[in-house]
Design a protein around this ligand. Structure first.
Ligand SMILES: *Cc1c(COP(=O)(O)O)cnc(C)c1O
Length: 398
């Protein structure tokens, strides 16, 4: 519904792009159907020829997943969106259709574990060169992108150490090298950072995280120009079957209605917790885009409208202190998920980034004392008291 398009994001996420059925339901209908019927054989023929718009099969499209795609596109101010079964299928489907053997891909080393695996292991198997650099170092980008490069993959802020990368500068260098820039925007969420406005070509999400926000279902999304999606990405997701389930799309539509209030509260909680942790003598460093101590604080201020919900910190005393801290928590869960309404902590070196070599882990700043903290919706005072339990347990060690 185009007449709703001028509304601001919080309004659009509730009222935007609603297509009601003839029953005039308030909340979006859930179309749990794999197929669709035609009035006659001629209509089926016209549909397959592309002469008539008609749903064909839910691997291609479905009214519920379409509603989610329309709403995500409006939020991102993108021409087009395609949803996928998971965040990882979104990353995979934004890379693979652009590449052929002999091509070259450059990525920042600070990537989600499975994204790292794709560039490190899968692409070379297909004869595609995958190069990792320190994404915060523009000189390394200049060098790496002085050769023709088909695709560049970055995450900012990155998982798990919250590096902030200069999207605009990397986009310019990528385009000079003839490539497509893909930005995994999970940590910032679509509300707090708009990579397309800084020159990125594709933005990906794991909807599993903040968009669901209550840790229920898996899903992903890719956004960008209609041409790039129609020519490359959509034929790939449709024909390889990376499609999102309509049920999961419906859960995400419900999640989007409350996304602005949830992440605002989670961000406030995160700032509160980050400031508390930074004061402790048992903590070596806290990385949070909302703290002036963050190495790329100024860039974050320029590129993000809020510091979002993720914190990384390092306890003094290595793995023993990190495990003691986590095991002493009564409220904050030990879990490798993120973006949930519940607070969660994980120890990247032994979980999400276990498969990254020790050498690359250290290059990323992931030490045995590093902990990733996804901040939830709980009362901030309860969180501070829980963090204090962790700190007390480290104190008792010494
Ligand atoms: C979770 C996550 C992914 C992968 O998403 P799934 O839905 O688990 O497949 C990719 N990138 C980032 C930054 C993530 O946090």
């Amino acid at each position: 519904m185009t007449k709703k398009q001028h509304y601001r994001p919080a309004t659009q996420l509730i009222h935007g792009e609603v297509e009601r059925t003839l029953f005039a339901e308030t909340s979006e209908a859930l179309f749990l159907t794999s197929g669709f019927v035609y009035e006659n054989a001629e209509q089926a023929e016209r549909t397959f020829k592309g002469e008539e718009t008609h749903y064909q099969y839910s691997r291609f499209n479905n009214p519920t997943t379409k509603a989610l795609e329309n709403r995500l596109a409006a939020l991102e101010q993108a021409e087009a969106c395609v949803t996928t079964s998971t965040g990882m299928s979104a990353i995979f489907a934004s890379l693979l259709p652009l590449l052929k053997s002999g091509d070259r891909v450059v990525a920042s080393l600070a990537l989600f574990g499975s994204s790292y695996w794709i560039v490190q292991n899968l692409l070379p198997q297909m004869g595609i060169e995958g190069i990792f650099i320190d994404g915060t170092d523009l000189q390394q980008w200049q060098e790496a992108l002085s050769k023709p490069t088909k695709a560049v993959l970055i995450e900012t802020p990155s998982n798990p150490m919250l590096d902030i990368l200069d999207i605009q500068a990397i986009a310019d260098l990528t385009h000079k090298a003839g490539g497509t820039l893909i930005v995994d925007n999970v940590f910032a969420t679509p509300l707090y950072q708009k990579p397309l406005q800084f020159g990125a070509d594709l933005v990906t999400y794991s909807c599993t995280k903040h968009i669901d926000g209550q840790g229920r279902v898996l899903g992903g999304a890719i956004l960008g120009s209609k041409k790039l999606l129609d020519d490359h990405i959509v034929p790939f997701t449709r024909n390889t079957g990376l499609s999102l389930s309509p049920f999961n799309a419906w859960v995400f539509l419900k999640g989007l209605e409350t996304l602005p209030v949830r992440i605002e509260k989670m961000t406030n909680n995160a700032l509160h917790c980050a400031k508390f942790l930074e004061k402790s003598s048992y903590i070596k460093r806290v990385l949070y885009p909302g703290l002036k101590s963050h190495p790329q604080y100024t860039l974050g201020q320029k590129q993000m409208s809020a510091p979002s919900t993720m914190i990384a910190f390092e306890v003094k005393g290595g793995k023993k202190a990190a495990f003691t801290f986590m095991n002493a928590l009564k409220l904050i869960l030990i879990s490798n998920n993120l973006g949930d309404s519940r607070c969660m902590m994980t120890h990247p070196a032994t979980t999400t980034h276990m498969k990254v070599s020790q050498e690359d882990r250290l290059r990323l700043g992931i030490t045995d004392g590093s902990i990733r903290f996804s901040v939830g919706l709980e009362d901030p005072q309860d969180l501070i008291e829980d963090l204090q339990c962790g700190l007390d347990a480290i104190a008792a060690l010494t």
